[in-house]
Design a protein around this ligand. Structure first.
Ligand SMILES: O=C(O)C(=O)C[C@]1(C(=O)O)C=C[C@@H](O)C=C1
Length: 488
């Protein structure tokens, strides 16, 4: 695949997730207007919204498996087309039953996009799953833009359907773009995918163990976020006695944390600085810690900071990291792995509101604190998962260290290039002032400064030799620049 093609394909796929971010909120953000259009109370609109979850649950496993067999592009098309019918249909229909069917279709759209897109990114860039983390960012941008769009439109007295038209137009443009884009070659197709999921070269006991872990994590990673976003504001006002605005701001801090987390995790994965399993264990332990602070510290300051960090660690793409690991364990069935994983996620989006609703009859604090149990389960299964995966990993491997060295070299080179740019400038200035290139005082000042900064004394000689070489090369570079200058 050419680089230009990769960039174009990535753009199209991310743009879909921008639309999906809009799709996630568009019904709830227009509840009143839709209730008016269908002549139903808000409760009915809310019932229609639940159709999205049903659609997801129905479709994930099936579409995921089919995507392994029939190719990713088809499923991206299916997802886009389903979303298009949903957006247009919702504003055309006057009947909430039709709307309910359309909501189910939106859930199917979600599943189809996921089944087509996540495996594509892994197949495009099999080295690491950084690209999949940005899906989360694209969604967040859509979720950020839609309320602004609707707010502005309402202020201008515009028709509520405009936001649906807006999403449809982007989809139509994206259809054209997608038709001109090539997808990467899929690793393997065919019937073997069926049993490979439970077999393959690893011991099947540990594979089944891992399959169970990923199914549970598909649930808990999603539940962790949904529960927090549903209850944190009420917890702020009712339990911590914060003002309304302060309590709402906790959710904003969580969102900002989430975007920060996406960028951080993306950079870490892009450079493969830490093994994904280590990353997921660290993120989960931090999430757990932050929930304990939120649940029991009682300090609004600490809760605010913890909400931010919780956003970064629980909603910064950790779910996508889990999916990456899951898919890499079942390389022949990436689509199916995606389907299974997100099916459990959609069960979470169903069940969390139900059981926290029941807990809230005891207290709001109980509802929010139940997230600690979910975090504890996530953490515990990853401790087991880590051991299972470590058992099968090659411990003599030093690829992670090599990746870290690549990262360091990258930055050393950037800094050296910056230094040489300055060196050239000084060389030219020295020439116009007829000053000598070699400045012994300055050099000994540099060397003694370096010497003071070296904390690893054992290797001090090596560092000094490296800097001596830099100084020598800098002078060579200046002579060359001056020669060129004189020749002109
Ligand atoms: O500071 C200067 O005068 C430079 O030209 C730069 C530089 C250096 O590499 O840092 C290079 C040559 C001189 O001998 C001293 C220092």
């Amino acid at each position: 695949m050419t680089k230009a093609n990769r960039i174009r394909l990535s753009f199209v796929l991310y743009l879909n997730y921008f639309v999906h971010g809009i799709g996630l909120l568009i019904l709830t953000q227009n509840m009143k207007a839709l209730g008016g259009a269908w002549g139903t109370p808000l409760a009915t609109v809310s019932y229609v919204v639940s159709g999205v979850g049903i659609g997801r649950l129905l479709a994930y496993y099936l579409l995921g498996s089919l995507s392994d067999r029939y190719g990713r592009k088809t499923f991206v098309y299916v997802g886009m087309l389903s979303y298009l019918i949903f957006f247009i249909g919702i504003i055309l229909t006057k009947d909430f039953r039709v709307a309910y069917l359309l909501a189910i279709l939106a859930g199917v759209a979600n599943s189809a996009l996921d089944s087509g897109t996540y495996p594509t990114f892994l197949e495009m860039d099999s080295k690491n799953g950084a690209a999949n983390i940005l899906i989360k960012a694209a969604m967040s941008i859509g979720e950020f833009v839609l309320p602004l769009f609707i707010g502005l439109n309402e202020n201008l007295g515009g028709w509520y359907g405009l936001s649906f038209i807006f999403a449809s137009v982007i989809l139509l443009i994206n259809f054209v773009l997608l038709s001109r884009t090539q997808f990467p070659q899929k690793a393997k197709t065919g019937k073997q995918t069926n049993h490979r999921l439970f077999g393959g070269n690893k011991r099947s006991g540990s594979r089944i163990g891992l399959l169970i872990i990923f199914s549970i994590y598909g649930y808990t990673s999603m539940a962790l976020m949904i529960l927090f976003t549903q209850w944190i504001t009420l917890y702020g006002t009712d339990v911590l006695h914060m003002s309304n605005i302060e309590a709402h701001f906790l959710l904003s801090l969580y969102s900002i944390g989430s975007i920060t987390g996406v960028l951080l995790i993306f950079a870490i994965l892009k450079w493969s600085l830490i093994r994904e399993v280590k990353l997921i264990v660290s993120l989960n332990s931090l999430s757990l810690l932050m929930l304990l602070v939120i649940g029991f510290s009682g300090s609004t300051w600490l809760v605010s900071i913890a909400s931010f960090i919780f956003g970064a660690t629980a909603a910064g793409g950790v779910m996508q990291v889990g999916l990456n690991i899951f898919s890499s364990l079942f390389p022949q069935a990436k689509g199916r792995a995606t389907g299974i994983y997100f099916s459990f996620g959609s069960i979470a989006s169903f069940t969390v509101p139900i059981f926290t609703g029941m807990l809230s009859t005891i207290s709001t604090a109980a509802a929010l604190r139940s997230d600690i149990i979910i975090a504890l389960v996530s953490f515990a299964i990853w401790v087991i998962g880590y051991r299972l995966m470590a058992a099968s990993a090659d411990t003599a491997d030093y690829q992670t260290e090599r990746n870290q060295i690549n990262f360091i070299d990258y930055w050393i080179l950037k800094l050296l290039q910056w230094r040489f740019k300055l060196i050239k400038t000084i060389g030219i200035k020295k020439m116009s002032q007829h000053g000598p290139i070699f400045d012994p005082n300055r050099e000994s000042q540099i060397m003694s400064q370096i010497d003071q900064q070296i904390s690893d004394r054992e290797n001090a000689d090596y560092y000094q030799a490296i800097f001596q070489t830099i100084l020598t090369s800098s002078k060579d570079c200046q002579s060359q620049v001056q020669e060129k200058g004189r020749a002109k």
